[in-house]
Design a protein around this ligand. Structure first.
Ligand code: ATP
Length: 594
């Protein structure tokens, strides 16, 4: 097949914005594409060489591409650069410069006149070689390969080759349009379209779907199965912010799971090999060697595909850290160090494949049971906390618990017999119920230490976290409002036990009102300055209990010690419960105003 033929279609696609027209153009292209190259035609049309999860990027630097163009066109690099800033599109610059190409020598004239036309395969293979060339002398080799291709190309072909090789071919064809075109070309019924889409969701590879269809028809599609190492497109959730509506949508009874605020991963395990994929199906294995180990040792199955959320944790308090902390793990170098500094816990919530058995079409409860069967829970790998919910009160309470411990809310999941894993789809089988506000606490608060939790690891011998309270001036008591384990320097940690020792008592102080069980209790005396992210409703803290909502208190989320010991304050001078209620109301008001 000639490259020219797909270039024709590219030009027409570029000239339209209508999806139906694009689909027709693609159908015409697919009809005349030989099956041997159909996968390559699909990838090229998407501006790539392989499905995304391969991680092969063409993306040649513009600077290098222009050097190759200079060689092929005879224009100097700086002339080309000027043209590029004038025209703004490397494709147009290529077309322009190749049109002006001067034939210099007799041999060149002779070879150009009997020049053969470029085939799709030749273009694809050369681009592939360019993408894969690495190591010493790679730059020169890439330029040579590209220049060779451009020399053979017509100006129009050159335009698309250059856009493709620099990662700028953006024809705007959605995956769904390609699926429509494949269905029209090779099948035609609605069921066939659904089957083809499912095959894509399982394989993440439109090229393979096209090749199977072209070679074997619809029966080829049935052969597309889950393959370990090939990411399955993730199931997504709809969103509602009203508990009653969620109850209705899910038929009055469903499973709610904590919605962890971390990074979604899909883990593929085969014996000792583990590959991790992100929500966008990128291979992110190298960011998380620790998670790979958790999967290796935490799953009984020999082969499995499971999904979960990786969350940054404070190992001292067990508290979850904000999602931003995880970003420290997204780096190329210093992974080991980052792994120690920003430890994570993995919360598993789904299983898609286990030892030869595909789980996608099994209902939620069966998948969950299977997951429980194969997971060996430990400190760092756990099942996502889940609960069967039957009424609104239960849902609200569970929601508060989730937010309290640092989650974003809940994911409510259907438990009917139809509750399959809908790969690649956003549907009503999963509904997220999130806090629909986020705001910053501007003021710090001064809180009283009323309890302590022993530290672990590096913090052994000191406190991992302190239980903090606000002062309730109506009852002259201290009401707990958070557990703080962040913001302490090594020096703080060293001196905290001796600072607190004089106040240690064997039980909660009579004026302290706490639901939590601390390891150690203190007479209210020491006041620390704390900065939090926001104030939330809480089922476990006693500050403002029942004042805003029945059964709930208020808590400070993501609290951090600022480093200031407020030795100038008595415990009764600490921030009061009333002030915290005020701050909470202000926060709500600010959100409403937005
Ligand atoms: P979306 O994924 O819906 O496009 P988004 O990227 O903003 O939007 P969220 O609103 O955070 O995602 O909601 C869905 C995400 O919640 C999932 O992709 C997953 O990463 C995360 N999540 C956390 N806990 C769970 C859980 N128990 N079950 C399913 N997903 C969970």
């Amino acid at each position: 097949m000639l490259y020219n033929e797909i270039v024709d279609v590219y030009e027409k696609i570029e000239a339209t914005t209508k999806r139906l027209e694009m689909t027709d153009l693609l159908v015409n292209l697919l009809r005349k594409t030989p099956k041997e190259v159909i996968d390559k035609v699909i990838y090229l049309t998407q501006g790539k060489l392989y499905p995304d999860y391969y991680g092969v990027e063409i993306g040649l630097a513009e600077r290098l591409a222009l050097r190759a163009l200079s060689e092929a066109s005879g224009m100097t690099v700086s002339e080309l650069e000027n043209k590029l800033s004038e025209m703004g599109d490397i494709g147009l610059v290529t077309e322009y410069s190749l049109q002006r190409r001067k034939v210099k020598t007799l041999t060149e004239f002779l070879s150009s006149s009997k020049k053969t036309q470029l085939t799709v395969l030749e273009v694809y293979n050369t681009l592939d070689e360019i993408a894969k060339t690495s190591g010493e002398g790679a730059q020169d080799k890439k330029i040579r390969l590209l220049a060779g291709l451009l020399k053979k190309a017509t100006p129009r072909e050159g335009k698309y080759i250059m856009r493709t090789v620099t990662g700028r071919l953006r024809l705007g064809i959605a995956d769904m349009t390609i699926l429509d075109a494949l269905a029209i070309t090779f099948a035609q019924s609605k069921e066939a379209r659904a089957k083809i889409e499912k095959a894509y969701n399982v394989s993440n590879d439109l090229g393979e779907v096209a090749r199977r269809l072209a070679e074997e028809g619809l029966s080829g599609i049935d052969k597309i199965k889950i393959v370990i190492g090939r990411p399955i497109r993730p199931m997504l959730a709809e969103r509602l912010s009203d508990a009653r509506e969620i109850m209705e949508k899910l038929g009055g009874k469903f499973a709610a799971e904590y919605k962890y605020d971390g990074e979604r991963i899909q883990a593929h395990k085969s014996g000792g090999n583990v590959i991790l994929f992100s929500r966008r199906s990128e291979n992110i294995t190298h960011h998380y060697p620790d998670v790979c180990e958790l999967i290796r040792s935490g799953l009984k199955a020999k082969e499995a595909v499971v999904e979960g959320e990786v969350v940054a944790v404070n190992t001292q308090t067990g508290e979850f850290l904000p999602f931003q902390e995880l970003m420290h793990r997204r780096r190329k170098y210093g992974i080991e160090e980052a792994m120690e500094k920003y430890p994570v816990t993995l919360f598993l919530f789904d299983v898609l494949y286990v030892d030869g058995e595909e789980m996608l079409d099994k209902p939620y409860l069966e998948r969950r049971r299977k997951l429980e069967e194969i997971v060996i829970e430990g400190e760092r790998v756990k099942m996502a906390t889940s609960k069967i919910i039957k009424d609104v009160e239960e849902l609200e309470k569970f929601f508060m618990e989730a937010v309290e411990i640092g989650c974003e809310g809940l994911v409510c999941k259907s438990i009917t017999s139809e509750s399959i894993y809908q790969a690649g789809a956003r549907g009503w089988l999963w509904i997220k119920y999130k806090r629909d506000y986020k705001s910053e606490m501007i003021d710090t608060v001064d809180l009283v230490v009323v309890g302590g939790f022993w530290g672990k690891g590096k913090r052994a011998g000191s406190y991992g976290a302190l239980l903090m309270a606000a002062y309730d001036d109506e009852t002259d008591t201290f009401k707990t409002v958070c557990k703080v384990g962040t913001g302490f320097t090594d020096e703080d940690l060293e001196k905290l036990p001796s600072i607190l020792e004089p106040y240690r008592i064997p039980h909660p102080h009579a004026r302290v009102d706490a639901k939590l069980e601390a390891d150690v209790w203190f007479t209210p005396a020491i006041v620390l300055e704390i900065l939090g992210a926001e104030i939330t409703l809480s089922p476990i803290h006693t500050c403002a209990l029942n004042k805003i909502r029945e059964g709930a208190g208020l808590a400070i989320r993501f609290p951090r010690f600022t480093g200031k010991y407020r030795t100038d304050k008595k415990p009764e001078d600490a921030t009061t419960v009333r002030e915290i209620i005020e701050m909470y109301k202000m926060q709500l008001k600010k959100i409403e105003e937005r």
